[in-house]
Design a binder for this molecule. Structure first.
Ligand code: HEM
Length: 232
């Protein structure tokens, strides 16, 4: 980058965050490169479209939502297409983030009886890398949920192609999964915004402050600052 560009106050962090991540740029650290952010928001937007077009079909209580997009018959056309887009975006996310989401031995406590202990200790756990165990669990369960919604959704899309019992199982699976998704999403949005100020920036601009990284992901911070050797 030219010297002139730096002198006029060029936003170096945001610029570098187009292609790089896990690097320190000035006072910031790049957490999510542009392609990761686009994929994440594709998942978010397609899920939202599925919700707005699926809820009115599910129950008349949400009929007013259907009116927003042109009525129930329009919802029935948009919903499965948005569902396929959601599944595709979720698959892209799974592929792109898979390596970073591998659980360490210690993090396995997040899926067992030690869960409460981990939750209590999470805020000051020196071993937390780029993601904590809870984030990894959310990653895996949301991908599993996306698969459940896709499989059950396809069955419901072709009502005459499957036996009655399979359709009944698909209805229960589709409903239970989307309710769990919607509830967990409330926590996800809360944790990613109000609960931990500075986190949302990582999904918009791509960067976080060094202080944010040191507090929430100390191991990741130490590795990027060269204070600790990254574990291979
Ligand atoms: C308005 C809606 C949403 C907001 C504000 C939001 C915000 C964020 C932010 C800021 C991060 C980065 C966290 C970090 O770097 O530590 C993140 C990560 C993530 N998001 Fe979202 N997100 C939204 C919707 C969704 C949806 C619909 C899904 C799909 C199920 C989703 C799945 C994930 C996953 C799996 C991660 C990685 C694990 C984690 O950080 O918890 N997000 N989100």
């Amino acid at each position: 980058m030219s010297k002139v560009v730096r002198q006029i106050g060029f936003d170096e962090g945001a610029y570098e965050a187009r292609e790089k991540e896990n690097v320190v740029v000035g006072g910031e650290i790049i957490r999510h490169r542009l392609s990761s952010r686009i994929i994440h928001w594709a998942v978010g937007v397609t899920f939202f479209v599925c919700l707005v077009t699926g809820l009115p079909v599910w129950t008349p209580v949400f009929g007013w939502m259907g009116a927003l997009v042109g009525g129930l018959s329009v919802c029935r056309i948009i919903h499965p297409i948005a569902g396929l887009a959601f599944a595709a975006a979720s698959l892209a996310m799974a592929v792109q983030w898979w390596d970073e989401m591998k659980m360490t031995k210690e993090e396995r406590g997040w899926v067992g009886p030690k869960l409460l202990e981990y939750l209590r200790d999470a805020a000051n756990h020196e071993k937390i890398g780029k993601y904590n165990g809870g984030q990894k669990v959310y990653f895996y369960t949301s991908k599993l949920g996306a698969l459940g919604l896709l499989v059950s959704g396809v069955v419901l899309w072709y009502p005459t192609s499957f036996p009655q019992w399979i359709r009944e199982v698909a209805i229960v699976l589709h409903n239970v999964t989307f309710i769990m998704f919607a509830v967990s999403l409330v926590f996800h949005i809360y944790l990613a915004s109000v609960a931990e100020p500075g986190t949302l920036n990582s999904m918009t601009r791509g960067t976080v402050s060094k202080a944010w990284a040191r507090i929430h992901h100390p191991k990741w911070y130490r590795e990027l600052m060269g204070l600790e050797e990254p574990k291979r």
